[in-house]
Design a protein around this ligand. Structure first.
Ligand SMILES: [Mg+2]
Ligand SMILES: [Zn+2]
Length: 181
């Protein structure tokens, strides 16, 4: 019964302003609190996995990222939601900060962050779910052999996605999962 919800951050949990890192820009999207509560009540451990190439690009620092996460997690905790852990990729091949400007195996669409979490917690990936707003999220889930990959999009007629389902928000995603598990 050790299953995870691997969930992207920007554009799924909070408004994506592009390289979002300022706490003043932290705005949760509609349905996020209720959606996460529903996944939690379905016994999913919640793991955030997020590409943060703004770090490699020199736009903000690792500390800014963690400060943003601390604030976000505090809001979730205030709403009885436990974030079990978060994993991030600070890399980008075209970055300017030397130590992070590499080709890595954690930047989605690679599945490295999912495997890091799996190694740390022993999740059963075959029972896990992934949610993201970009096709690169979905591809990471598929590479990790996660069977249920849900793409959140305003464009519900989205074609050419490899996602198992497309939904408009997290509540709808939780409803679908509840019906099929
Ligand atoms: Mg995103
Ligand atoms: Zn990386």
């Amino acid at each position: 019964m050790n299953k995870a919800l691997f969930i992207d951050r920007d554009g799924v949990l909070n408004q994506d302003k592009g390289y979002t890192h300022k706490i003043s820009d932290l705005k949760l999207l509609d349905g996020v609190l209720e959606g996460l509560q529903r996944f939690q009540s379905l016994d999913y451990k919640i793991i955030i996995i997020t590409n943060q190439s703004g770090i490699a690009r020199g736009l903000f620092k690792i500390k800014d990222f963690h400060d943003f996460m601390t604030k976000m997690i505090q809001i979730f905790n205030n709403n009885k939601i436990t974030i079990n852990d978060y994993f991030f990729c600070p890399h980008h091949i075209d970055g300017v900060v030397k130590e992070y400007s590499i080709s890595c195996d954690c930047r989605k669409p690679e599945a490295g962050m999912i495997f890091q979490a799996q190694e740390k917690y022993g999740f059963d990936l075959s029972k896990s779910v992934l949610i993201g707003d970009k096709e690169s999220d979905i591809l990471a889930g598929i590479k990790a052999n996660i069977p249920l990959n849900i793409r959140i999009t305003k464009n519900i007629l989205l074609k050419d996605s490899l996602a198992s389902y497309t939904t408009k928000d997290l509540i709808q995603a939780a409803e679908i999962i509840k019906k099929i598990i």
